[in-house]
Design a protein around this ligand. Sequence first.
Ligand code: OXD
Ligand code: MN
Length: 591
Amino acid sequence: MPDTSLGKCNTTNTAVLTWVEEMTKLCQPDTVYWCDGSEAEKEALTGEAVQRGILIKLNQEKLPGCYYHRSNPNDVARVEDRTFICTESKEDAGPTNNWAAPKEMYRKLITVVNGAMCGRTMYVVPYLMGPPGSPLTKVGMELTDSIYVVLSMRVMTRMGLAAYQHLGDDDGFNRGLHCMLDLNPENRYIAHFPVNNAIISTSSNYGGNVLLGKKCLALRIGSYLARNEGWLAEHMLILGVESPTGEKTYVAAAFPSACGKTNFAMMIPPARFKGWKITTVGDDIAWMRPGPDGRLYAINPEAGYFGVVPGTNSKSNPNAVATIQRDTIYTNVALTDDGNVWWEGKDGDVPNECLDWKGNKWTPASKEKAAHANSRFAAPMANNPALDALANDAHGVPISAIIFGGRRSDTMPLVFQTFNWIHGVYVGATMGSETTAAAMSAVGQIRRDPMAMLPFCGYNMGDFFRHWINMIRLMKHPPRIFNVNWFRKDTDGKFLWPGFGENVRVLKWIVDRCNGRAIGMETPLGWIPAPGEIDIQGLDGYSADRLAKVQDIVSDEWRNEIHLQDELFMKLHSSLPKELIYQRELLAARL
Ligand code: OXD
Ligand code: MN
């Protein structure tokens, strides 16, 4: 028997009611379904999605509560060329964003979504970004005609009636409209209207484009709100480091997409680090604001992880392996005949045969990968065995260190600490990384990705740097800023650092620096570990010589690096804070 209490209008907030009515008139759905976030609703919608073939039920003995989804092959990643920041002036969006005038974009999209939900259901999804009761928490409403989006939003956000409670009678919520249309890439728009706190996303069903709480609200609109309200919305993981003496230090770290943020946030220290524990607050996004004690406090606005699947195994990320054993939606991995999932780099044997992410027969002799390189899991963070005790805390956690890092085969040493906040902002601003499959672009080229926010900053990047510089005035005890690179290679193309759980060795030095224990050594780049300060004991066959190599500062490489920064500096010249130009000159002089 269908539960007839589900789907009914469940708010009296007049701003919500008026907006939903307007959007209903525009999109003309057959039915409007109001989500409440309940278990009964989850069961009903999951059942419907399975019945309509949108989800496949996986083997419930092996993977309880897990489902499988295949996307349209033309719709497997974020689309930066179709992502727009619609501010009054082009200068407000800045040279690193696609800009469109709000009026024109609204006019175009109103045509695109007019009647787009005929014959379909519009789901009204209320959600919170952030724990209930936090001063940083924001309310979003997403209207979508995708049941996959509804079920994924349930995992990724605090979805349901709690959002209305937080909102009360207020009209200050993000208005997000998502219409799947026919997934024709020509009608694909991910349009942000920061001044109106609104998002319209069309003709896609890929997470990063359509789970509107994530990149669209928490980063693009979030960064815009953060600048106006005096806080930071960042593409950063947040983790806690617990020492054997029980000392707890929190760290936030920015890495470009698919550089191992999720692995780093869930890392398990090696045997040599007995008694050390890493706990996860968040794996992708940090909202941070100065607290009354002058420190910077961070929350993770999300409630789930939307992680890259290939390469996830008990060596790279045992906590992620545990997390995705239940209540997880898998997208674009391979499907085995016993209702299990498989991907390149999974633990255990390669199946003799399975269905690839497109639904075609796959064998180990196949030329193509079975799982798409950007196949994903959406899993509740509550499943994470290493979830930090304060992950749901309304005050957030005090941040002692901010880490920037990219994927660089050369130039960048394993770790250095910047001299001060502004030097740290310069290092974050000039971050570069080799591109990966998380976005539709050529893989393997270096691109400047300031603070890992290139695709996510909702306003002019130069003004974003200015905001970062200004933030120091609001903090009596700012976090120390570091730079790391796990990906440096030797001349044979082999990684110079083992990475994964061994990264705790670097993290320990960072924590020691924050807590006044490590002495360090001054170099032109900043402070690096003094000999012996990075513990390499228990690292099989790893020598001090190899550590020296991964820390090496090669003048020619740095001359080239400074030269390569020209491109970014020229692009941003009209809004680039002078302080960053001085920092670059100082670095050149030191080198
Ligand atoms: C992500 C991304 O999905 O950064 O987190 O692309
Ligand atoms: Mn990300």
